[in-house]
Design a protein around this ligand. Sequence first.
Ligand code: SF4
Length: 289
Amino acid sequence: MEFRKIQDLIRLAKNKKSSIGKIVIEFEAKSSEKSKKEIWKKMENNWRVMKQSIDHGLTRDIRPITGLTGGNAKRIANANLKIIDDTMKKAISRALSVAEGNASMKKIVAAPTAGSSGIIPAAITVTIEKLKIPEENAVQALFTAASVGLVIANNATISGAEGGCQSECGVASAMAAAAVVELAGGSPDQVGHAVAIALKNMLGLVCDPVAGLVEVPCIKRNVIGVVNALVSAEMALAGIESIIPVDEVILALDDVSKRMPLELKETACGGLAITPTGKRIKEKFIGKY
Ligand code: SF4
């Protein structure tokens, strides 16, 4: 059993009348020569750490050593929001919480990277709570998300230094969208459309961390990543299709990555990093450390 493309996963799942998550568990067991139980245990552990990480900034005041960021997860969790509903509020605060925790050296699961680690935990936790889905399904959904990450890593990149933030927060958002569709009972085709839509929305997003720190804009980009994941999943579940097939979107991600200038690939030499404020922050920290 082989999969190089998302379409391979969709075909396998449809042929076996199964889900992408279940197909991936079988694949992982075969390729790693481990039992399904062992593989499940490992993913269950990731899920446990992810759940713990959503509390980092919600339950206490955490600040990175720079003092630049932090406190916003708690702020939005306690705010009386005017427009968006409670599910989205939870998604936003949890994504911020994990990302603030990452900046403060707390334990997170890189998914696919540390900088984008808030997106998948926030998307999955709000989905299982809203739909009253057992936790077991969340673990399975992580396999679905992981398979999307693996295909993208094999056909493009999941590194901000190679492909900009589209490859970190963009890919995390696509992985999360896949998980959400599967959790909500969507078809393998709908998983593919959700991945395509989520990724298309993030194409071209540059990596421009101020002072080279994974704080600004990274923490807030986790919010946009989770919102995009939930909205893309809802679109796919409603029957909206991506005109560009998912594997072609992944090729486009690769193309954009290759055309992106070095200044916008985690070098902190472009974009927000070289705004007057970005430069002042950099000078402050270079002076300090
Ligand atoms: S801006 Fe760069 S460092 Fe920050 S999350 Fe995005 S890819 Fe990672």
